[in-house]
Design a protein around this ligand. Structure first.
Ligand code: XIL
Length: 355
């Protein structure tokens, strides 16, 4: 018979046990990754910070933030010559309040520019529209941004150039020199920031990716030989759960070639697109987790890799009509937390990869 004394003893033991579990911090990815010397974080937007459930998850999981869109030129300079830093400053304030670092994305890209820019580049003093912007933005965040994606997605071997460069309006206006100019200008404006060349295309195992990796190595080698101040390669890390997969052997060899150039490596925009698969959520989540784990195991195996950021933290804010495909009316499940900010198999796969 359960005596009153015995009941009280068991109740006390249960309370102590609960307290001991509660005392063990419910570790986020930031703590798990930090034990391996890796910064884990994600892209975010200020509107997301108003969601208290998400903000709490973000504070627990991320050690570094980047701006999903609020530090692109369309957001910072919508009107020629007048800068709006409110978005980036809001994210920076959150990062500083939660002991996070902050990375800048991105100074020069061929997308997300204000509508007046391309016309302005037809003027005689076009170079000023490149250098003044970089100086103003990198200057504003100097000392508070630890690394900058100075140029974003400048390679596109399919465009047929021998140097593999993307035939963007930047290249058409200035020739390849705009890239060197961008890095030297950023260096002057932000002497303490790590300067990153950020792109996607080196991750997967298809022949196009082989070409992309070769073009990337040649681009980096030549730029470093010219004395361009590039300190790191940013690999966006956008994967597909049911499409072309990572070839771990090819990826590992590529990373080693980058490391030998003396460059650091960051995964800057990791997510796993689960379109094209079956309806079953458990199957999609498993495939997303497996793809992430196979990729991160190789990335983290190379000592040059210093940070992993996912392109968002929770499926809650994925805007499918944007550059991601909507899954026949269902929403993508591409990130470590689900739309309720609960941890998914991808979260567990990343935790294992970091551990
Ligand atoms: C995308 C954002 O997710 C969108 O919100 C924004 O409207 C456009 O840019 N590669 C990049 C990112 O380097 O900056 C892009 O992010 C996705 C592709």
């Amino acid at each position: 018979m359960l005596t009153r004394r015995l009941f009280l003893e068991m109740a006390g033991a249960a309370a102590t046990l609960r307290a001991s579990f509660a005392a063990v911090p419910d570790e986020g990815l930031r703590a798990i990754a930090a034990r391996r010397g890796i910064l884990y974080g994600c892209a975010a937007a200020t509107y997301e910070l108003k969601d208290s459930t998400f903000a709490a998850a973000l504070a627990q999981e991320a050690a570094i933030l980047s701006a999903e869109y609020e530090m692109k030129r369309a957001a910072i300079e919508p009107v020629r010559g007048s800068y709006d830093f409110s978005g980036g400053d809001g994210l920076l304030a959150f990062a500083r309040a939660h002991g996070m670092s902050f990375r800048g994305h991105t100074l020069v890209w061929h997308h997300s520019n204000p509508p007046w820019l391309e016309d302005a580049l037809q003027s005689a003093d076009a170079e000023a529209f490149l250098t003044n912007y970089i100086a103003a933005v990198a200057g504003h965040y100097e000392g508070r941004v630890t690394s900058w994606d100075v140029v974003n997605e400048v390679l596109q071997p399919q465009d047929g150039r021998a140097d593999g460069l993307r035939n963007s309006f930047w290249l058409k206006r200035f020739g390849p020199e705009y890239i060197d100019l961008a890095f030297h200008t950023a260096r002057s404006a932000a002497p303490h920031a790590m300067l990153v060349y950020n792109d996607w295309g080196c991750e997967l195992g298809a022949p196009d990716n082989d070409r992309f990796r070769a073009a990337t190595l040649k681009f980096l080698d030549d730029a470093l030989a010219r004395g361009v101040p590039i300190h790191a390669l940013g690999m966006q890390g956008h994967l597909s759960a049911f499409g072309t997969q990572v070839d771990q052997k090819k990826l590992s060899a590529f990373l080693e070639a980058v490391r030998r150039m003396g460059l650091k490596i960051l995964v800057t925009e990791h997510d796993v697109d689960d379109s094209g698969g079956p309806l079953d959520v458990a199957v999609r989540d498993r495939a997303v987790a497996d793809a992430s784990r196979r990729f991160l195991d190789v990335m983290l195996d190379n000592p040059a890799t210093i940070a992993v950021l996912t392109w968002g933290l929770s499926d809650r804010f994925i805007d499918p009509p944007g550059w991601r495909d909507r899954l026949a009316g269902r929403y993508p499940r591409m990130l470590p937390l689900d739309s309720d900010c609960a941890r998914k198999p991808m979260w567990r796969a990343m935790a294992k990869a970091f551990a």
